[in-house]
Design a protein around this ligand. Sequence first.
Ligand SMILES: *[C@@H]1O[C@H](CO)[C@@H](O)[C@H](O)[C@H]1NC(C)=O
Ligand SMILES: *[C@@H]1O[C@H](CO)[C@@H](O)[C@H](O)[C@H]1NC(C)=O
Ligand SMILES: *[C@@H]1O[C@H](CO)[C@@H](O)[C@H](O)[C@H]1NC(C)=O
Length: 365
Amino acid sequence: MASSFFFTTLLLLAVIPAVIPCPPSERAALLAFKAALTEPYLGIFNSWTGTNCCQGWYGVACHPTSGHVTDINLRGESQDPIFQKLGRSGYMTGKLSPEVCNLGNLTTLVVADWKAIAGEIPACITSLFSLQILDLTGNQIAGKIPTDIGNLQNIVVLSLSDNKISREIPSSLVNLVRLMHLDLSNNQLAGELPYNFGKLTMLSRVLLSGNQLTGSIPKSVAKMNRLADLDISSNRLTGLIPTELGKMKVLSTLKLDCNSMMGQVPSTLLSNTGMGILNLSRNGFSGTIPDVFCANSYFMVLDLSFNNLSGRIPNSLSASKFMGHLDLSYNHLCGTIPIGTPFDHLDAASFSNNDCLCGNPLKAC
Ligand SMILES: *[C@@H]1O[C@H](CO)[C@@H](O)[C@H](O)[C@H]1NC(C)=O
Ligand SMILES: *[C@@H]1O[C@H](CO)[C@@H](O)[C@H](O)[C@H]1NC(C)=O
Ligand SMILES: *[C@@H]1O[C@H](CO)[C@@H](O)[C@H](O)[C@H]1NC(C)=O
């Protein structure tokens, strides 16, 4: 008896999604969203027809019992059969209709990699309080990040990379206390990072490369104690690397290449045995390379090329456990290249264009 009730319940739950139709207002919002876009090749919107938008509409999902639209998930790079059959990736023009803001229960809005969707991010999007994933990567979206983006208190993933978004990063961004993944790379963002950026303590990946960000890295970043991956390469950053960055527990990838930073490379950064990928190439770092490597140093990438480093290559570097890709070229280093296992596989390019380095793999001293 109990088990037959259980199975009936299961059956009902399985059937309900098709039975509960979406509210007409939400269907209307989706149709307006569709009308503002043109997808000429795959025909993904051909399925957006009929009264129940919870049933068979490509990329749309609804709450199983209330019928509210919870997900719009449209990716232009996808394994979906619709893409495989035509052997091409997605292409769409048009813009994001502000009508999408009428989907008050939306948790996921992914409209990514369609190459040609233009226009701006509708400002009203910040009223979608349930939103957890906003991914608009790989389009031509311009304009600014909505000023009150900080209202999206439930957001976990914010990915706006590879667009044409400009202006400054809004100061309200630091209120997104649940944010774990922030990707704004390859846009035209200018101005400085908020001084209190470190309030975003849930962040594990911060990707901001390929913008026009100025100013220095806020010290508060060191408070992000889950941060594993920080990429601010190819910007216009100045100033020093905060020494606190070297003490971050889980930071393993730090890319600051192609900026205008200067000062010493903090010894904490090189002695941090969790650090695996460090690219500081093409900046104005000066002074000597701190002699702080150890048997637990394990670098997949250590790229310090195109800086103003001087002095000798520290002997401790040859004691490291692993040195996958080392690049010290285009500096002002001098003296004998240390001998040791981590150096055996490196070729001359790793050391070229310094003032007076010598020894294997360069010419003998
Ligand atoms: C939908 O949103 C309304 C208003 O924001 C809220 O009261 C309701 O609980 C939500 N429903 C679901 C299924 O999330
Ligand atoms: C480090 O950054 C420079 C400059 O952006 C780039 O050319 C180089 O390939 C990077 N190094 C590695 C090992 O990825
Ligand atoms: C390079 O470093 C030297 C001292 O180590 C300093 O005198 C010089 O100004 C630096 N050059 C640049 C371009 O930063």
